[in-house]
Structures are given as C-alpha cells and as structure tokens.
Design a protein around this ligand. Structure first.
Ligand SMILES: Cc1ncc(COP(=O)(O)O)c(C=O)c1O
Length: 385
C-alpha cells in the first residue's frame, strides 16, 4: 500500500479535491481494538459504512466477518474472499433474489422482523438460520434508526415460533442503538431486554445462542472528549452480557460501521465560490450534501479543520457552507464562525471514513471524492498542532 504522510498530501498542489483520504493501517488497528475490547466477540463489519474493496479485504484477511444489506454488498464480499459463513445480513427487508443468492452462497444467518419476512425467507432460503431484530431505545444517538425496524419482545417470541414452524432455525436476537450512539446505557438496556426475551424463548423450547448488538459505536473520541470510548462501551457491554444473558458463552456479534472506519478518513475539499448574502459569507465547496457530505443533511455537522495557512484566526466571520450543486438544500453548515477564507483554500472534514462516498452521487456532474490512501492519524496530529 502506498502510505504517505498527510502533510505531504496537503502540500501537494496536484491533489485534486474533493478527496477522501483513508488510512488503512488505522482501520486495521481499530479492528484489533474491537477484538481486544470485546473478548470472544465476533466483528462483522457493516459494509454499508464504506464498501471500499480494500477495507472489505482487510477485514476478511484479519478473520473478521461482514454484515451486508444488498446483493451488491454480497458480491463485493465474496469477491474480497469472504466465505458465506463469514457473512450475515441484518437488513430486515430483503428482496427474493438477494435471499436466494445468500442461501446459495451459504450465508451464515439473516435477520427477520415481520411475519412477511419470515414467510419470504422460509420460501427462498429453506432451513436458514434467522435472528430477530428487537426495537430498542435510540435516544442519545446522533442518528437514531428507531421506528423503521424492529419488534417488541412479544412479537419476537411469536416470530421465533413462526420461523420454527416454517422449518427455519431461530438462533438469536439483534438490535441497533442508533448510529453515533453517545449513551452507553442504551447498549446495557437493550442487552437486558434481550436477556428477558431469551429466557422466555427458552421456555417455549427455543435454543438461542447468538446475540448481535449491532453498530452505533461512535467516531471522534480522540479529538472530542465527550464521546464515549470503545473501552467504556466494551466494559458496559461485556458486563451486561454476563449479567443478563442466560447462557455462559453466547455467540456475541458486533456490527461496527462508523466505529471501525469513521476516524480513518478525512475529506479534503476546496472553496470554489464565495458570496455575501445577508449576515453571512457563503462559501461554496466542491463537495456537498450530494457528493460526500450527506450526513450534514441528516443533522450530523462535519468536524472541520482549516488548511489555510494564512487564515487570520483573530478575525472571525459568520459563514454558511454549501455544496457545489444547483439545489438549495445542498447546505452543509449554517451560521458558523470561520476566519476569512479565499477561493482555493482547503478544508479538512475529520471522521469522514464512514457514510461519505457510500452516500455520494455525482449529481449535476460533481464528482464523488477520489480515495487517497495515507496516514490519517498523522494528519490529525498535524492539524491539532
Ligand atoms: C443493521 C445495521 N448494522 C450495522 C450498522 C452500522 O452502524 P454504525 O455505522 O452506526 O456502526 C447499521 C447502520 O445503519 C445497520 O443498519
């Protein structure tokens, strides 16, 4: 891998923007940190966070698993060398072709959270291992996922019964506490709820063994002190598993997306236009809501650093940052204080390894950021200094 320091990249005038700078070494180290922090746990990387083939291959080579949501993610995973047994699907809504193909490929297990999905899986993937997604509290997560998916405990028990009656193999429970979860107690409460259901399922004759605690692991704790660390989450999760799950050695599954790759990426953008509108200076960037910064539209503002060496930090102005497209919703941040910036100045968006390129489309012909492999941790230190 061509790993060069970020400072060299920044100094390189030939670097085109927007570029998504990714540190594959850091992803590898973060993977190891997950394995160490959750002893006995199995990491199934949520490919949706960043389907870069090199990341998928890295996880597979380290012996990890993959959590997929679609046929395209399945094909990417198999192409990266994953066996079916290294793949699970936690997307509750799957089309028949996808289910069939997963069955053929020997995918380990898939989630269900409705009677219709149980029928579908039984029809297209007879005998498949299934787990049920529980609806859990998402309060305290920057990007809640609650409402669209998941069932109550009572419904989960009925789905286990239905699955067994249809010849499927019910093996456990899953949940998702919401992305960028800042409330460690959400995992504890969710695991406690799973423990109760587990007990009742045993009384109905189900032999569950898998607990999938989903994603939600936040990025950014190394430069923002209020974000819970992996160690804090790990201690709470491992304690809750021991206290509430009535099985001495459950198959514990983690599905980190952002938590595995978020901090390993920086998005470098340029100011391409400027206008004075009302109280604000509008700065137009070459990446916006459509081509990389979609999460800002979902209420997750980017964490920025300036790359303008001559910026006068003593004289701040109120700015609105917008993307390059012709759509008026293409606004990345409103009314923030920045020093005077000029056309051509560059900004770095930190923690951009997840949900940037994966969400991006070339609307209006503005390009999706090019991936550049470098040492991002060095970059962050450089920017902090
Ligand atoms: C089923 C499932 N698992 C894992 C993830 C990854 O979540 P995160 O990026 O918050 O770790 C998601 C994200 O939407 C998801 O839907």
């Amino acid at each position: 891998m061509n790993t060069v320091r970020m400072d060299a990249v920044i100094a390189d005038p030939s670097l085109t923007t927007p570029s998504l700078v990714l540190d594959f070494d850091q992803i590898s180290q973060t993977y190891d940190a997950f394995v160490d922090t959750f002893p006995g746990g199995h990491v199934f990387y949520a490919v949706k966070a960043n389907a870069n083939p090199q990341i998928i291959r890295l996880v597979v080579e380290k012996g990890g698993g993959l959590e997929i949501a679609s046929l395209a993610e399945l094909e990417l995973s198999l192409a990266a060398g994953a066996t079916g047994q290294q793949i699970i699907c936690s997307n509750p809504i799957k089309n028949p072709t996808f289910i069939q193909r997963m069955h053929e490929a020997g995918v380990y297990a898939m989630v269900v959270d409705s009677t219709y999905e149980v029928d579908k899986v039984a029809h297209y993937a007879p005998g498949m291992r299934v787990y049920v997604r529980l609806a859990v509290d998402n309060q305290g997560s920057v990007l809640p996922l609650a409402g669209k998916f998941g069932v109550s405990g009572e419904e989960a028990l009925d789905l286990f019964d239905q699955a067994r009656a249809h010849g499927l193999d019910p093996i456990g429970l899953s949940f998702h506490v919401g992305s960028q979860c800042l409330n460690v107690q959400n995992w504890v409460n969710a695991i406690r709820a799973c423990g109760d259901i587990w007990q009742q399922a045993a009384e109905r004759g189900h032999d569950l063994y898998m607990l999938d605690i989903g994603g939600g692991f936040p990025a950014g704790h190394y430069h923002t002190a209020t974000i819970p660390t992996l160690d804090a989450i790990g201690a709470a999760v491992m304690g809750a598993v021991q206290d509430y799950v009535p099985l001495s050695n459950p198959m514990l599954i983690l599905e980190p997306g952002r938590g595995l790759v978020g901090e390993s990426g920086c998005l470098i953008v340029s100011v391409v236009g400027k206008a004075k509108r009302g109280q604000d200076t509008w700065l137009y960037l070459d990446a916006g809501v459509f081509n990389g910064l979609m999460e800002s539209f979902e209420g997750f503002p980017p964490v920025m650093r300036l790359l303008a060496a001559d910026a006068d930090l003593r004289s701040m102005t109120r700015c609105t940052l917008a993307g390059p497209s012709c759509d008026s919703c293409d606004v990345v941040a409103r009314h923030i204080e920045l020093p005077e910036l000029h056309i051509g100045d560059r900004l770095v968006m930190l923690d951009a390894g997840a949900y940037t390129n994966e969400y991006a489309v070339a609307f209006n012909g503005f390009p999706i950021p090019e991936v550049v492999p470098v040492n991002v941790r060095a970059a962050v230190e450089l920017l902090a200094g």
